[in-house]
Design a protein. Structure first.
Length: 245
């Protein structure tokens, strides 16, 4: 097992992604090293947002990867690996887990986990990748204006053992990362699509032209979302170009 073979635990950091990126810059840090924290002072979310987490209640960690088999333009596979690993581990504990494209983990219509992948690219290669994962586990009240947070405790009604869940998530990501490294890209793609929130189902969306009803038909190799509109037209969207209503 690569992921989690080396775990560096912190009580408090600014952001586990920032700590991991600094270790990568220093060099000589083994692949699969995981930086964990009980608390982040400036937890980073997507699009410059912050990530809210009550000290000691949730899982906050970042994994250092050197995905040698991938070119820079194939970096979406890292997201597939991480999202599927989190999806697999949480699906053992509750029903209705989905991946909301590109990188949110949902239970039914609420967000239980977020992923922030920060890659260091050199030419066409990925020098290193820092995969940051925040899973809402035992927190019950969320204060930020994040739209619809939920935790495992809120879903199951029970407190969850953080150490055990951490081990299970690392193991599940390790299985998916091994698939990538052994060349099973098509199964990752198939499983990612099948786990997608709203896949092959009519759903309300908005894009630059306004609101519409559409159906997710595919995700391209580079991670664009392919949506069929009710009028039959097919369109590809990058992150931020489309919103789920
Ligand atoms: C999102 O906005 O959905 C992504 C959230 C990612 C949060 C995690 S918590 C651990 C790691 N360190 C950070 O600063 N962010 C990620």
């Amino acid at each position: 097992m690569i992921i989690g073979s080396n775990v560096i635990e912190h009580e408090k950091v600014s952001s586990t992604n920032s700590v991991a990126a600094a270790l990568c810059r220093e060099g000589d840090i083994p692949e699969g090293t995981v930086i964990t924290a009980l608390w982040q002072e400036s937890g980073k979310g997507q699009q410059g947002n912050t990530w809210e987490s009550e000290p000691g209640k949730n899982l906050l960690f970042s994994i250092i990867l050197y995905p040698m088999s991938l070119k820079a333009w194939e970096q979406f596979y890292i997201l597939k690996v991480i999202a599927l690993g989190v999806y697999d581990a949480l699906s053992q504990l509750t029903e209705g887990v989905k991946i909301k494209w590109p990188n949110d983990i949902y239970v039914k219509d609420d967000k239980i986990a977020g992923i922030l992948i920060e890659n260091s690219i050199m030419g066409s290669s990925i020098k290193n990748s820092v995969a940051g994962i925040g899973i809402n586990v035992n927190q019950e009240v969320f204060l930020s204006d994040a739209p619809n947070p939920i935790s495992l405790r809120m879903v199951t009604g029970r407190n969850c053992d953080l150490d055990l869940l951490f081990k299970n998530v690392c193991q599940a990501i390790d299985v998916r990362y091994s698939s990538l490294n052994s060349g099973s890209r098509s199964s990752l793609t198939k499983d990612y699509k099948n786990a997608l929130y709203g896949y092959c189902r009519w759903h309300g969306f908005s894009d630059a032209e306004g609101s519409f009803t559409g159906m997710i038909e595919d995700v391209t190799e580079s991670g664009l979302l392919v949506v069929r509109k009710k009028d039959g037209t097919l369109k590809e969207y990058a992150f931020k170009e489309i919103k789920y209503n």
